[in-house]
Design a protein around this ligand. Sequence first.
Ligand SMILES: [Fe+2]
Length: 448
Amino acid sequence: MTKPRILIVDDSAAIRRSLKVLIEPLDAEIIEAANGRQGFDLAKESSFNIIISDIEMPEMNGIDFCKNLKSNPVTQSIPVVIVSSFDTDDDINKGFEAGASMYIPKDEAKIYLKKTVEEILTKSTFQSKRLIMVVDDSTSILHIVSNGLIQAGFQVITAENGKKALELLSVNQPDLILSDIDMPEMNGFEFCKAVRLNPNLSLIPFLVMSANTDRGHMNRMMQQGAAAYICKPFNTDQLVIMVEKLLSDQFLLLLKERERLDAESNLMVASITSLVTALEARDPYTSGHSEAVAEIVSGMLGLAGGRSVEIERVIIGCRLHDIGKIGVRDSVLLKPGKLDKVEFDHIKEHPIIGYNILKSIPSLSDIIPIVQFHHERMDGKGYPDGLKGDNIHLWARMTAVADTYHSLISDRPYRIGMIREKALQIISDIKGTQLCPECVDLFLKWVD
Ligand SMILES: [Fe+2]
């Protein structure tokens, strides 16, 4: 992630240094300017996430600097924090009127500056990714509302009526729609209804702005699925507060929905894993095999520097790698002797059966290659697809090593499990032909 860029503007080098020290823990790239003129030139040339400015400076004072920033389309969305020793109510009001986001008296900077900058950065990162669609047939309202939202850090797209807005929605997915009611071609009622009926758009919060304060009108709009209603005339500050509130409600709603889906997915994985455990438990020779494979592969991945999220996924994939054996006939799966060709061909279907079981579960899509390809070989003589070398997913190649090793050391109806040294010798012997050389090296390092 790139570091946030902060511009500090003050004519005193000592003060710039002390402000810099205060915000150093935020790990930002900090650039300095000695007055408003220099600061304004820098802000026009390169982008800043936030500007901290003094008031009393030569060439261009802080108030003029702030006004200039706010009236230039390139710089108007940069939040400005004023840090000044002028701290009467009148000074503070002047700062806010010029467009500052925050005003901090100089002797309180030690307490508030870092926290304020941190909050503004978090908010602007959240908002800069938010796209708002504004729909109104009045060009001046489109202009005022868009400017207000852009200044608050949002991205904006506009349309002059519902019909044009729907066309735009086929290529853009805004986070919120803000629409007038009385418009030509397609009015707000029809537009809102069309949005609600489209499954791809129906969850986008719809905010109505209208000069019509008639209660029946408002009710009708809310019945149509609008999330809120704001009456014209309004000032853009009121509007921005409402938009932020609706977006944070929506954010919390989506967060809750994601938590619910995660919980469902965990439950599903737990159910499928217990199916595998039950499947293995029927056969004393394979009991605990998938768990052992999961332990080996997660150890290997940990050794290779895998991230903990990857290790968690690999554990799930390995626990489920033989899930397809659910579809193999008992007479073959539990046969107490060597398998003939027809029986072995039936066993070889298990990676595909496993793939077919899991393919409809989106939350498991990343671990499917383990299930589908753990019997592929480096030389292309494996199954089901005869894939070669690096074309086989790395997690599947790692699983193949662990699967082979654990099968060799486990008892089978027709032989007892090999001793560790002999199994390791076989693993080394088939390195490069059957098993991935790097994965074997990693395994040997892990088992050591
Ligand atoms: Fe298998």
